[in-house]
Design a binder for this molecule. Structure first.
Ligand code: SF4
Length: 257
């Protein structure tokens, strides 16, 4: 398990995004998230009191990003995507919309061709400022790991009161202008076996995908160490079978191992 120790890092090569410059707007010493996913590469969410979290102010974050982009630009480093993916959920930052607006100006100055990507767990979409900020970037990648409520609660373990139905309601407000990212896995948690690749879950998940009609669906499975110990990876050939069902809806799908 690891935490990013800086605000801007990389770029690192990503199969999904190319040369990706990472942005972490969560604290650097603790993971802050509204989920406690059983597969999170940052480990369990130990800090459960989001309200008392000390986030760095937007001007401090934007200056750190500006310096990093300026440095990369001077060193002729190629950047395809400026990507929010840090120690938790970026949309929990109280100034998320201000940071997005500031970042767009900095991006236009140094890397006008780079896209802005935000990996989000979709739990803050009921806030208009968050939704509009995500809608204003090129690549909002929004998490949807289950089609059935019990699986949503078991895999993502929300720390705030939120249901799958509420999340889907908000995702539909993107009018298809988003990317859905879905983790597939199975295993045992707390003595209960689960599997989000069953026909029952995939049928429900596909119906939601059809309703949201995103630009693209990204399917993936386990890659790194997980906090829950008895999890089983879904291999590429099985992810491709699910992806083909998405493609049959006329929606682009990509599989990453
Ligand atoms: S939403 Fe992301 S950061 Fe939060 S617990 Fe899940 S995997 Fe980890």
């Amino acid at each position: 398990m690891f935490l990013w120790e800086s605000i801007a890092f990389g770029p690192i090569h990503s199969r999904r995004l190319g040369s990706s410059l990472g942005i972490n707007i969560s604290p650097t010493d603790v993971k802050i998230c509204s989920f406690d996913c059983i597969y999170c590469e940052c480990g369990w969410t130990l800090e459960k009191n989001i309200a008392s979290t000390h986030f760095l102010p937007a001007p401090t974050i934007l200056e750190a990003i500006r310096m990093k982009l300026q440095q990369c630009h001077e060193e002729h480093v190629h950047v395809d995507s400026i990507t929010f993916s840090g120690n938790g959920e970026p949309t929990l930052h109280p100034e998320f919309d201000t940071i997005i607006a500031g970042l767009k100006k900095i991006r236009d100055q140094y890397y006008p061709r780079a896209i802005i990507t935000c990996l989000s767990n979709s739990t803050q979409l009921q806030k208009e400022s968050v939704r509009e900020a995500l809608m204003s970037i090129e690549n909002p990648m929004l998490k949807l790991d289950a089609g059935l409520e019990p699986l949503y609660q078991m895999i993502n373990r929300p720390l705030i009161p939120i249901t799958l139905a509420e999340t889907v309601h908000e995702l539909k407000k993107f009018n298809g202008q988003c990317v859905i990212q879905s983790m597939f896995l199975k295993g045992e948690v707390g003595g209960t076996f689960f599997d989000n690749t069953t026909n029952e879950n995939i049928t429900a998940w596909l119906q939601i995908i059809k309703d949201i009609h995103p630009l693209r669906v990204v399917l993936y499975s386990l890659d790194r160490e997980t906090p829950a110990q008895k999890l089983i990876k879904i291999y590429k050939k099985d992810l491709e079978i699910i992806a083909d069902k998405v493609r049959a809806l006329g929606i682009e799908a990509a599989v990453y191992e």
